[in-house]
Design a protein around this ligand. Structure first.
Ligand code: B12
Ligand code: SF4
Length: 639
């Protein structure tokens, strides 16, 4: 028995596929030989990394990678460049906002036929009993093209597919429309896939539950009692050797080592209780499960011994809070310097970010999504705008890169929040800008998709691009699609009001990319003395020595605080009249040094640790502002 797992374009080439690595290791545990074929790397080396990455980075609302290979699969009967360009790429709502990627898409299109021929001819497919395709993002049409070729030439080779693009009911639709697919896995493949391989190797016809198969012209599945989630500590350590080999052969001159993908958990502990309305990240697997932290340590050590130069990218949707008590302190104590990336909920505290930094975490993707409280409530994010600003500033102070987005377009979001977002964004241009700022996509599995009517959408339909991928009716496209267009009563207004936000964040990104966005920081200026330096690109440059009341107020609002309490505390600490502190507070707000968002005030300049330390030693009789103002740190589940 010999198995091939195929990774087609357009998976990014800076990292191996976690799915392929896990499934290969699981199959090999059963004594079955398994090769992983990273044809995404082959295509990138054919068309050049820049062109390839351009296509990968193009918005998924136009699915250029799928379209290129759909052109090869179906020909130009129902779509061609002119129609795709005018109906999809130039669509004012879901199309491209920059011209650049069009050229790359056309280059990809012209190279795709020879690519397919090369990858088909480069392997002896006859040696495999089963060829399995994994598909996330835009790998489905490329996979279907190659799978069809293999079936035509080697009809005895079984073909399987799985991955996020086949999850749940989508898998059944693909089985029905693509008859050469013998098996489709509609969820986690960690157990059912090696079981299937083992059964095939023994000549057994049983197909484990979780995998669709054919019986005559019917698609069948083996019934299961309830959905079983795999035990994560029982998973093998993923096998990435095939990827690292092909990567170094294809790009010997590349100085940066590829990223190692590590999974410590699945599901989301927040979403189990308050599913953020736009989020389809977890598919049908919201239940939060995590590996024991010692298992994570062992896995990381083993992977690092195999691939020593690689930074670590954790694939989790959300960092487990338990790891802040065991795994992260363990790495921090060891001063583990391998660069690490995590996705986090945005209500981390300053000390938690400092701990992450000491543990080698150099970048975070945070679930910020908005800087305005009411919209955050509509999304069920469980954080406030001020908390989000605090997180962005603390990350900047500690030198942690933080990636975040601003999303708008939720029915029932107050339009005044567009002004709140814009005004706060204009105050924090010394921080990292959002990667994306615009209207939401509507993704399968999100509450916006499953509960679209009750959440205020008046219609949803598959994005227009799907009509350019498959010659099918809309009802069938709805079964295959992941991304949907939507209507709601005020969508026109959304598009109009979102434009200034998108324009400003673009300007901010441009300034940031050329290091011209400026700073807003408090710098020590002798013992007990501090000066405020403001060079934000959209403010007049200034330097201002700070008096003790100003410093105290900035420290009081280091974490989100109620304005009243902060003023009261600062007056007590400085033995000053409340009226005087009140006036100082107003001046700091009017100069864009403290922001008041909803009911919370938050300091904006980067604070030196020295200021916090000096204050900590000076005063311990001040009321803490955080807990009393409902600052949810680790207790968010109780909200
Ligand atoms: C890590 C991650 C990222 C990383 C790395 C992505 C990468 N290049 O690898 C970053 C942060 C860069 C990222 C970015 C984005 N991501 Co992302 N991301 C993930 C995440 C959280 C984990 C992926 C992962 O490694 N999972 C673990 C592996 C083991 O799971 P798996 O691939 O599903 O494989 C299992 C099964 O599917 C099955 N299986 C898989 N293949 C096969 C094959 C066979 C034959 C069989 C039998 C079984 C099988 O078995 C595997 C083991 O159980 C997923 C969500 C999720 N929880 O999976 C989203 C997800 C992949 N991302 C998604 C999206 C949309 C994005 C973004 C557009 C941002 C966004 N959220 O809008 C960008 C686009 C990036 C791009 N174009 O490259 C979507 C993709 C949807 C889709 N169907 O393709 C996902 C699925 C989330 C979702 N449901 O919306 N992402
Ligand atoms: S957006 Fe993040 S926190 Fe919200 S449900 Fe999804 S994974 Fe969980």
């Amino acid at each position: 028995m010999k198995v091939a797992i195929v990774v087609m374009p357009f998976l990014a080439i800076d990292r191996p596929s976690l799915a392929a690595g896990l499934l290969k290791a699981a199959v090999e545990r059963r004594g079955i030989t398994c090769d992983c074929k990273y044809f995404n790397v082959t295509f990138a080396s054919m068309i050049g990394v820049r062109t390839y990455t351009d296509i990968v980075d193009t918005s998924l609302t136009v699915l250029p990678g799928e379209w290129i290979f759909s052109q090869l699969y179906y020909g130009q009967a129902f779509s061609d460049w002119a129609r795709y360009e005018s109906e999809v790429l130039r669509c004012p709502v879901w199309g491209l906002d920059q011209e650049g990627s069009s050229d790359s898409i056309r280059e990809g299109l012209s190279a795709a036929p020879s690519f397919l021929r090369i990858v088909f001819e480069s392997s002896d497919w006859n040696q495999y009993d089963l060829v399995a395709f994994t598909s996330t993002f835009e790998q489905t049409m490329p996979s279907l093209c190659l799978a069809r070729m293999i079936r035509e030439h080697y009809p005895q080779v079984k073909i399987a597919a799985g991955g996020a693009n086949f999850e749940s009911s989508m898998g059944l639709a693909y089985m029905e429309h693509f008859p050469f697919l013998d098996y489709v896995c509609t969820g986690e493949g960690d157990v059912c896939f090696p079981d299937l391989c083992e059964n095939l190797s023994r000549g057994l016809h049983d197909v484990p539950s979780g995998i669709l198969y054919r019986a005559g012209d019917k698609v069948r599945s083996t019934p299961t009692k309830a959905r079983d989630f795999v035990e994560l500590d029982g998973l093998p350590i993923p096998e990435f050797g095939d990827f690292f080999r092909v990567f170094s052969n294809s790009f010997p001159q590349c100085r940066d080592a590829p990223v190692l993908v590590v999974e410590t958990s699945r599901g989301c502990w927040w979403g189990e209780h308050y599913h953020c309305t736009f989020c389809g990240l977890n598919g049908e697997g919201m239940k939060f499960r995590q590996k024991h932290w010692r298992r994570v340590v062992e896995e990381v050590d083993e992977l690092r011994s195999r691939h020593p130069r690689s930074p670590l990218h954790f694939a989790d949707n959300i960092l487990s809070l338990h790891y802040l008590k065991n795994l992260i302190p363990y790495w921090a104590d060891k001063q583990d310097s391998t660069k690490k990336f995590f996705e986090v909920k945005s209500n981390l505290t300053h000390s938690q970010i400092a701990l992450l930094k000491r543990a080698g975490v150099t970048s975070l993707q945070a679930g910020v999504e908005s800087l305005a409280d009411d919209t955050l409530r509509v999304m069920r994010k469980g954080v406030t705008g001020a908390q989000n600003v605090a997180l962005l500033r603390w990350a900047a102070e500690l030198g942690v890169d933080i990636y975040w987005n601003v999303l708008v377009g939720f029915p029932n979001e107050p339009f005044t929040d567009y002004d709140v977002n814009l005004s706060v964004m204009k105050l924090i241009t010394h921080l990292r800008p959002p990667e994306f700022c615009g209207h939401i996509r509507l993704d399968r599995f999100s509450p916006n998709y499953t509960d679209w009517r009750s959440l205020g959408f008046s219609a949803i339909r598959p994005l227009a691009v799907y009509k350019h991928l498959f010659p099918l009716e809309e009802s069938e496209l709805s079964r295959l699609a992941i991304y949907f267009a939507y209507e709601h009563p005020e969508f026109d207004k959304v598009l109009e009001r979102a434009t200034p936000l998108a324009d400003f964040s673009k300007q901010w990104r441009e300034k940031h990319s050329t290091n011209e966005s400026g700073t807003l920081a408090i710098l020590p200026n002798g013992p007990g003395d501090f000066v405020l330096v403001d060079s934000r690109f959209n403010f007049e440059k200034s330097e201002m020595p700070l008096n003790p009341i100003q410093i105290e107020l900035l420290l009081q609002c280091d974490a989100p605080a109620g304005s009243r309490r902060a003023i009261q505390n600062a007056a007590t600490a400085c033995e000053a009249a409340v009226e005087e502190v009140d006036a100082t507070f107003d001046t700091l707000v009017s100069r864009g040094i403290i922001a008041v968002i909803g009911k919370q005030a938050i300091t904006l300049p980067l604070l030196p640790e020295k200021a916090r330390l000096e204050r900590a030693t000076e005063s311990n009789q001040i009321q803490p502002t955080r807990s009393e103002e409902g600052w949810p740190a680790l207790n968010i589940l109780s909200q």
